[in-house]
Ligand binder design. Structure first.
Ligand SMILES: C[S@@+](CC[C@H](N)C(=O)[O-])C[C@H]1O[C@@H](n2cnc3c(N)ncnc32)[C@H](O)[C@@H]1O
Length: 313
């Protein structure tokens, strides 16, 4: 299984690593970025690598075998970052990477239920120990909840209509397969689907929304960013790669609040904001080159934001 991590060189440059550092990879995946991190921090450095997907974690563990002394593999959600890192006796970290979302095996293996192109069960769980699946969401959530999820997480302009039609359809015949759901959504669109997103399949947004609900991605990301900030040393870097606008907005807003912290109570009257706690390293997000996108189409929507902690709160 060949695998080239997204924005590989940029990630390594912007993490600003050196020998002996303690670094967290919150989204190990198949270990592409982790391998580079391990090489940069050397034998005296340390990597703590999280993934909630056991199969990816085990595959990465094999690939990173030669670095096993420097690596702690943690099979957990990154929402438990602080607890799990503290348990290891680590109180501060030098840098942290989040490369969010799906990995190649999630999309390539139909049985995981993430892909609308290949027939599979309606699953979409990153962590197989979890109970809630895509089937539960699509077959048992209320029409209002589905519409809200499609709008908020999928930015779907026909959210209400799609929710209503899906509920009508499931009342007769519950959805069991990814392709059934994708076909039902496609059939709701006018033949010439001419929105801005017309290059993608009409089910893209709905699948994204269901996946985000199944894995509680919005809440989890906010919690994890806050814990990452707490753990980071002054001067330490946080690098986040997101793959769609809902995710990117969460990242941008989270850090915007740290760049311009709300006035404290006694300063509120005069609208005096607190001192910045982080600094933006690049004005605009870093995106892959045309060349990278042509070699790896999955990189096409990637946006990387980089911040440096300058003060504790
Ligand atoms: C885009 S892939 C990472 C690819 C990796 N950087 C590499 O180079 O191979 C994202 C990975 O993060 C994992 N993941 C997503 N959300 C997570 C979460 N909340 N906690 C832990 N792992 C998560 C997924 O299971 C997936 O393996």
């Amino acid at each position: 299984m060949e695998h080239e991590p997204v924005l590989r060189k940029d990630v390594q440059n912007f993490l600003a690593l050196s020998i002996g550092m303690t670094v967290v990879d919150a989204t190990l995946g198949l270990g592409g970025h982790s391998k580079d991190i391990l090489e940069s921090v050397g034998e005296s450095g340390k990597l703590i690598a999280f993934d909630q997907d056991e199969r990816n974690l085990e595959e990465a563990r094999k690939r990173l075998k030669k670095f096993e002394k420097q690596t702690e593999f943690v099979h957990d959600n990154f929402r438990n970052l602080k607890t799990r890192i503290t348990e290891l006796g680590i109180t501060e970290i030098d840098a942290i990477l989040f490369d969010l979302g799906l990995s190649s095996p999630h999309v390539d293996e139909p049985e995981r239920g993430f892909s609308f192109m290949k027939e599979g069960p309606l699953d979409m769980r990153f962590d197989q120990r979890q109970k809630l699946t895509a089937s539960d969401v699509i077959n048992s959530y209320s029409e209002d909840d589905l519409a809200r999820i499609f709008k908020e997480y999928g930015e779907e302009r026909m959210a209400g209509k799609i929710a209503r039609r899906l509920v009508e359809r499931r009342n007769k015949n519950p959805f069991t397969k990814t392709t059934e759901l994708a076909d039902a959504i496609e059939a709701m669109y006018p033949k010439k689907h001419t929105s801005k997103k017309s290059r993608s399949h009409p089910a893209t947004q709905i699948f994204q929304a269901i996946r985000m609900e199944v894995n509680q991605e919005v809440e989890v990301l906010r919690e994890a960013l806050s814990q990452a900030f707490d753990l980071l040393k002054i001067g330490g870097r946080i690098v986040v790669i997101s793959y769609h606008s809902v995710e990117d907005r969460i990242v941008k807003r989270f850090f915007q609040d740290l760049i311009r912290p709300e006035p404290t109570e006694e300063r509120a009257l005069y609208q005096i904001y607190g001192d910045p706690l982080v600094e933006k390293i690049t004005k605009k997000p870093v995106i892959p080159s045309e060349e990278e996108i042509s070699e790896n189409p999955r990189a096409r929507s990637a946006k990387m934001r980089i911040y440096k902690k300058i003060k504790s709160n």
